[in-house]
Ligand binder design. Structure first.
Ligand code: DOR
Length: 441
């Protein structure tokens, strides 16, 4: 595939910014959308795609992924992960700091940005991780979507769970703070109570709803005290959703993962430790309350928390098994299948997986199919269903928690900066994404 200067996508079912559907054409030039119309003249166009029968969406921006590089490349690296993104219609991602070394300084951030420039097929941004004593780095690091705090579920330097240490971070600066909200003291206490149990299902009881609620309450309290921009990562419980429904300051956002909407504790019986993640899977009741909160705008957007581990690591015995599952290849088809099942609309999926993320993080010119916006696009097939198959997974971990699920909305073509990075099973590994910038950070 050569590098096109202009690309004309013809006869697509285009999801417009107002959520309406229009059958027509989109012209991109030098990485930007230049025209959206019912019939665009193809004179002088370098490359054309006939998108008859396909739906054109803005590319997905996945605001929470763990891509393991540097230091944990046996699980994933920025190249394999970005290939998986391209296949899944994810054209931009925001990555978390729990790599080795941890991303807790400007130099570690610069190293990741350099690695990504060398090997990422899609656009990228990296969080700076909070420790109890890196406040100067948290205030000055650039470019970053924000500060990531592990209030629980993390050992080592990245765990910041004492109120005093948290308050010191909330009190200074104004950039976005994204929290993994689980209460470590409660988790520690329950680990002791349930010590010796090797049944994976106990994971959801050890790191229970109360552990999540306590941490979210504390983060909200500090955010309100300092009117500090707060984002609650992978919200998992009905209790947290109800808390936000009662009291959600205008400067607070929250996200949910497809797995917390679509899987629950019954998954332990079928896929065992492949269902283990933090925060853990919850009950069918939690699934329903989270869906409603998402539809009502209490939860703002979707993230995958793509967190791959090898099958060998997952084959150990609980509690020695690591938490996390891959997500970027399946998130869009999972959500579009839910839309086809009547859980939501396709326009809502676009809002939750592209537009709302761009707005929350101040990522300019992304998340909409509008002239002047970046040509990060995905053409999906909403007419056919196909099973998730282990042998087709591109993530280095080589498995999915959704194997056997029959999904529609699979990406057919993914476009990053006006260039075709994935087309009908083929990747163009020559394409490179760009570093994202964040006007709100
Ligand atoms: O399940 C999880 N795994 N949740 C996290 O927040 C971290 C992640 C990981 O890095 O493995």
């Amino acid at each position: 595939m050569s590098t096109p200067q202009s690309l004309l996508i013809r006869h697509a079912e285009i999801i417009l910014p107002n959520g309406e559907l229009m059958v027509g054409d989109v012209l991109t030039s030098n990485g930007q959308i230049v025209k959206v119309g019912s019939e665009i003249d193809s004179a002088g166009v370098t490359q054309e795609i006939d998108a008859q029968g396909l739906t054109l969406l803005p590319g997905v921006i996945d605001p929470q992924v763990h891509f393991r590089e540097p230091g944990l490349e046996h699980k994933e690296d920025l190249f394999t992960a970005s290939c998986a993104c391209a296949k899944g219609g994810v054209t931009s991602f925001l990555e978390m700091p729990n790599t080795r070394p941890l991303t807790i300084s400007q130099s570690a951030l610069d190293d990741k940005l350099q690695r990504a420039a060398n090997k990422c097929l899609v656009n990228y941004g990296f969080f700076i991780g909070a420790t109890a004593d890196n406040l100067p780095d948290l205030l000055s690091a650039q470019p970053t979507p924000g500060i990531k705090i592990f209030m629980g579920s993390m050992h080592g330097q990245l765990l910041v769970n004492q109120e005093e240490a948290l308050e010191a971070i909330f009190a200074q600066g104004n950039r976005l703070i994204a929290v993994h909200a689980e209460d470590q003291a409660r988790i520690n206490q329950r680990k002791q109570e349930f010590a010796g149990i090797e049944d994976i299902a106990i994971h959801s009881q050890i790191q229970d709803n109360q552990a999540a609620l306590l941490a979210t309450q504390l983060a909200l309290k500090l955010s309100k005290k300092y009117q500090r921009r707060l984002h609650i990562l992978h919200m998992s419980t009905a209790e947290e959703a109800e808390l936000l429904r009662q009291d959600k300051p205008s400067w607070v956002t929250a996200e949910v993962t497809p797995q917390h909407l679509l899987l629950n504790t019954s998954a332990y019986e079928t896929i065992g430790t492949l269902a283990q993640m933090n925060p853990p899977l919850r009950s069918p009741h939690d699934n329903e309350v989270l869906w409603q909160a998402l539809r009502d705008g209490i939860i703002d957007f979707i993230a995958t928390d793509h967190a791959p581990h090898t099958l060998a690591e997952k084959a150990q015995t609980y509690p020695n098994t690591p938490s996390g599952m891959p997500g970027v290849e399946t998130s869009l088809p999972l959500m579009l299948t839910a839309a086809m099942d009547g859980k939501c609309t396709v326009a809502q999926v676009v809002q939750w997986m592209s537009k709302a993320v761009a707005v929350a993080y101040g990522i300019a010119n992304k998340g909409e199919i509008t002239p002047g916006y970046d040509a990060d696009l995905v053409l999906v097939d909403l007419k056919n269903y196909r099973e998730v198959k282990r042998e087709e997974v591109l993530s280095k971990c080589g498995w999915s928690s959704f194997e056997g699920w029959n999904l529609t909305g699979w990406p057919v073509t993914t476009i990053v900066g006006g260039e075709i990075v994935y087309d009908q099973g083929q990747l163009n590994t020559q394409i490179r994404g760009q570093a994202l910038t964040f006007s709100k950070s």
